[in-house]
Design a protein around this ligand. Structure first.
Ligand code: AMP
Length: 112
C-alpha cells in the first residue's frame, strides 16, 4: 500500500520513534507545531476517523491509553491537546488515521 505512515511503521521511512507496541506506533512529527508534537497511529491501516468501526475501534481506546502514558513520560503536567484531522475541511494531509499530541506551549482555542 502506498501509505506514508504504513511505510514509517514498517521501517521503510525513518522516524523518531517514541513508543511502539503490537498495535500502536508513535513518533515525532517532522514539522512540529509545538515544542512537543507526537503522532500516535494504529499499525493497521485505517484511513481516517470515518474508518473507525465496531471491528477496529479497540485500537483507538488503546491509543488514548498510550497518549496518557506519553503525557506522563514527556512531562506534560501543564496540559496538552489531542487532534485528529479528517478530510479536506479538517486539513488531513496523510490518509492513515493519526492523533496529534501537542504540548509545551499555550494552545489557542478555538484553533484557526
Ligand atoms: P495531518 O495534516 O493531520 O494529516 O497530519 C500529518 C502530519 O504528518 C503533519 O503534521 C506532518 O508534519 C506529518 N508528517 C508528514 N511526513 C512525516 C514524516 N516523514 N515523519 C513525521 N511526520 C510527518
Amino acid at each position: 500500500m502506498n501509505c506514508l505512515f504504513c511505510k514509517i511503521i514498517a521501517g521503510q521511512i525513518p522516524s523518531t520513534k517514541v513508543y511502539e507496541d503490537e498495535t500502536v506506533y508513535a513518533f515525532r512529527d517532522i514539522n512540529p507545531q509545538a515544542p512537543t508534537h507526537i503522532l500516535v497511529v494504529p499499525k493497521a491501516h485505517i484511513a481516517d476517523c470515518n474508518g473507525i468501526n465496531a471491528e477496529n475501534s479497540a485500537v483507538v481506546a488503546h491509543i488514548f491509553e498510550v497518549i496518557s502514558q506519553l503525557a506522563e513520560h514527556e512531562g506534560l503536567e501543564n496540559g496538552y491537546r489531542v487532534i485528529s484531522n479528517c478530510g479536506p475541511d479538517g486539513c488531513q494531509s496523510v490518509h492513515h488515521l493519526h492523533f496529534h499530541l501537542l504540548a509545551g506551549r499555550y494552545l489557542q482555542w478555538p484553533p484557526g
